[in-house]
Ligand binder design. Structure first.
Ligand code: R5P
Length: 296
C-alpha cells in the first residue's frame, strides 16, 4: 500500500482550465479517440498531411513501382505522415516499428478486368482495430454504375467508425467517361461529407478547386493521380494547398519519380513548410543528386 497522499494545495483557483478547439475543420465535435487518430494523420502543428498512397495493388496487382514494397516503399515511410495501404501489405511488409499513421484500404472486390464501381466493404473494423490503424478508406463512385452500393459501403463504415472511434476517409472515384471538373467534384465531396465521412480525398482541378474545398465541411486531401513531371506535381501540390487542401494523398508521383526520397521531401516542404514551387523543385533536384535516382 502506498502511503496516504497529503491533501493537495495547488488548485490554481484563478486559472481557468483550457478548452481548446480541435485544429481540423469540421472535427471539433468528434470524440477523443477519433481526434487522437486524426492527429496521427494530420500534423497538429500545420494541420496538414502527406499521405503516401501504395494501395494500388488491391485492384491492379503489382503496379509499377510497387512490385517490391519492401524495397521501394519501406525506405520512404519515415518521410510520410501516413501510409495508405491494404491489410495484406501492412501485415506482410511494413515493419510494426513504423510509428506514423496508417490509413487502411477498406473497400474492394473488382479487379481492373471488371466494373470498378462494383465494390463492397473488404475489411472488418475489428481487424482495423487489431492493426491499430488511424483511419479506414472507402471508395465512393458518385455517378458510377454502382453509385448507391458504394455510398452505402461508406455510410455503413461511418456508422462503425463512429461506434469505435475510427475516422473514415471517403475517396471520390471517377469513372473513365466522366467529366473531371469542379462541378462534379463539389457534388461528390459534399455528398461524402454530408453522409458522414470524416475527411475526403479528391482530385485537383485547375479551375475551381478552391470552391470544392470551401463547400466541403471536413478536411479535403488532394489525390495524386497519374505520373506527371516532378515540377508539375509540385505545382499541383502548391496550388491545392493554396486553394484549401489539408494535404495530399500521393502515390505514383512519388514512388514512380526518378528520385522518390527527394520527391517526397519536396512535397513535404510544400505541404508543411510553405516552400513555393521553385524552391521545392530546387530541393528535389539537390536532394535527388545526393540520394541518386532509384535502381531499376
Ligand atoms: C484510388 O483508387 C486508390 O486509393 C489509389 O490506389 C491511390 O490512392 C492512387 O494514388 P495515386 O493516384 O496518387 O497514384
Amino acid at each position: 500500500m502506498p502511503e496516504a497522499d497529503q491533501e493537495g494545495k495547488e488548485y490554481f483557483l484563478n486559472v481557468p482550465p483550457t478548452s481548446e478547439g480541435f485544429f481540423l475543420k469540421g472535427s471539433n465535435s468528434l470524440d477523443w479517440g477519433m481526434k487522437n487518430r486524426l492527429s496521427h494523420i494530420f500534423s497538429p502543428k500545420t494541420g496538414r498531411t502527406v499521405m503516401l498512397a501504395v494501395d494500388h495493388g488491391y485492384f491492379q496487382g503489382p503496379t509499377t513501382g510497387l512490385e517490391r514494397i519492401d524495397l521501394s516503399i519501406v525506405p520512404l515511410a519515415p518521410y510520410a505522415d501516413t501510409l495508405m495501404l491494404t491489410r495484406g501489405i501492412l501485415r506482410s511488409t511494413i515493419p510494426p516499428t513504423f510509428t506514423g499513421g496508417v490509413v487502411l484500404r477498406a473497400s474492394g472486390g473488382p479487379s481492373i478486368l471488371r466494373e470498378l464501381s462494383n465494390e463492397q466493404l473488404a475489411v472488418g473494423i475489428e481487424d482495423a482495430l487489431r492493426l491499430n490503424v488511424s483511419a479506414m478508406a472507402v471508395q465512393v463512385f458518385i455517378g458510377g454504375e454502382f453509385e448507391t452500393q458504394t455510398v452505402h459501403n461508406m455510410t455503413r463504415l461511418v456508422d462503425l467508425g463512429n461506434r469505435y472511434g475510427m475516422p473514415i476517409l471517403a475517396v471520390t472515384a471517377v469513372g473513365k467517361d466522366m467529366a473531371r471538373d469542379a462541378r462534379y467534384f463539389r457534388l461528390a465531396c459534399r455528398i461524402c461529407a454530408e453522409l458522414g465521412a470524416h475527411y475526403v480525398k479528391t482530385y485537383y482541378v485547375p479551375a475551381g478547386f478552391d470552391t470544392m474545398a470551401a463547400s466541403c465541411p471536413v478536411p479535403l486531401v488532394m489525390a495524386g493521380g497519374k505520373k506527371i513531371p516532378e515540377a508539375d506535381a509540385l505545382t499541383m501540390t502548391y496550388n491545392a494547398i493554396q486553394e484549401g487542401a489539408a494535404g495530399v494523398d500521393m502515390g505514383r508521383n512519388i514512388f514512380q519519380s526518378e528520385a522518390p526520397i527527394a520527391m517526397i521531401q519536396a512535397v513535404r516542404a510544400v505541404v508543411h513548410d510553405g516552400l513555393n514551387v521553385k524552391e521545392a523543385f530546387q530541393m528535389y533536384q539537390d536532394l535527388g543528386s545526393q540520394t541518386g535516382a532509384k535502381e531499376k
